[in-house]
Design a protein around this ligand. Structure first.
Ligand SMILES: C[S@@+](CC[C@H](N)C(=O)[O-])C[C@H]1O[C@@H](n2cnc3c(N)ncnc32)[C@H](O)[C@@H]1O
Length: 258
């Protein structure tokens, strides 16, 4: 599996960071000593945490060496480490665990989320945002191009890399057993993008990775051609010629008993 590409990911950094801004705005605590950014990527979410909690030690972890290198260069005063959050255990309980746009890549949230809550001290905060867009054309069309080409057998496992998220009510039930307060909400962003090619560019560094990683370069080119053609129809030009990429995301902030 090829590594994540921080440069490609950062092409839409402003749009990708807005949900992290919105998530952090609902974290009520004013101070923290230790904050951990799980799946910190190129440090965009970490940068927000460092600005919000200037007194705190900030640690970012990510499985991607390229992402960690970019984040460390961007924020030399923060500590970064290549690590898989599936096996992550903090040395010291962090006041805030922040996970923006990463947990959708991990299975078994029924076990994972209570485990993350258990790492918090009294009054500690777990803040999570995840895309909930597997039903959107941007993602259903990936699966449909995958299932209809000569690569269908090889790409069948790619569609299983992420599973449809349970309803927010279920997340509330899961978290409230370990928290004093739980705040859950859902937002659909609508990103005006220049073209269908720009939509391809957006998902290429995220949702398309499991598909492209299983194809050789010539197949990748053919896959992208078919996928982009299907996006042209699914995302028609708006009054100004731009395409509106609808992007649904779920949010949750849980605070442990103080
Ligand atoms: C979509 S990016 C999110 C980056 C950033 N947090 C943001 O707000 O834009 C997802 C990141 O999660 C990382 N990631 C995926 N699975 C992971 C895991 N099991 N443990 C740690 N990081 C992981 C990827 O390498 C990638 O950098």
């Amino acid at each position: 599996m090829t590594d994540w590409d921080p440069h490609r990911y950062r092409r839409f950094e402003t749009e990708r960071t807005q949900p992290a801004v919105d998530l952090l705005s609902r974290v009520r605590r004013k101070t923290a000593k230790l904050v951990v950014d799980l799946g910190c990527g190129p440090g965009n979410s970490t940068e927000l945490l460092a600005a919000r909690f200037p007194e705190a030690e900030i640690i970012g972890i990510d499985t991607s060496p390229a992402m960690i290198e970019t984040a460390q260069a961007r924020l030399p005063h923060c500590r970064f480490a290549v690590a898989d959050l599936a096996a992550w255990r903090p040395e010291t309980p962090p006041d805030v665990i922040f996970a923006n746009a990463v947990l959708q890549w991990l299975p078994d949230h029924a076990a994972l989320l209570p485990r993350l809550m258990a790492h918090l001290p009294a009054a500690g905060t777990l803040a999570i945002q995840m895309p909930d867009n597997l039903g959107a054309p941007s993602h259903s069309l990936m699966r449909s191009v995958a299932s209809q080409g000569p690569w269908a057998d090889r790409l069948a496992p790619a569609a299983a890399d992420r599973t449809i998220l349970p309803p927010l009510d279920d997340y509330y039930d899961l978290l409230i057993r370990h928290a004093e307060t739980v705040d859950v909400w859902r937002t659909t962003y609508h990103h005006p993008l220049a073209s269908a090619a720009a939509i391809v560019d957006w998902v290429r560094s995220t949702g398309l990775r499991p598909f492209l990683n299983r194809l050789d370069p010539a197949e990748q080119e053919e896959f992208l051609k078919r996928y982009q053609a299907s996006l042209e129809e699914a995302y028609p030009a708006r009054a100004d010629g731009l395409r509106l990429l609808g992007f649904e995301r779920v949010f949750m902030v849980a605070t442990r008993v103080g």
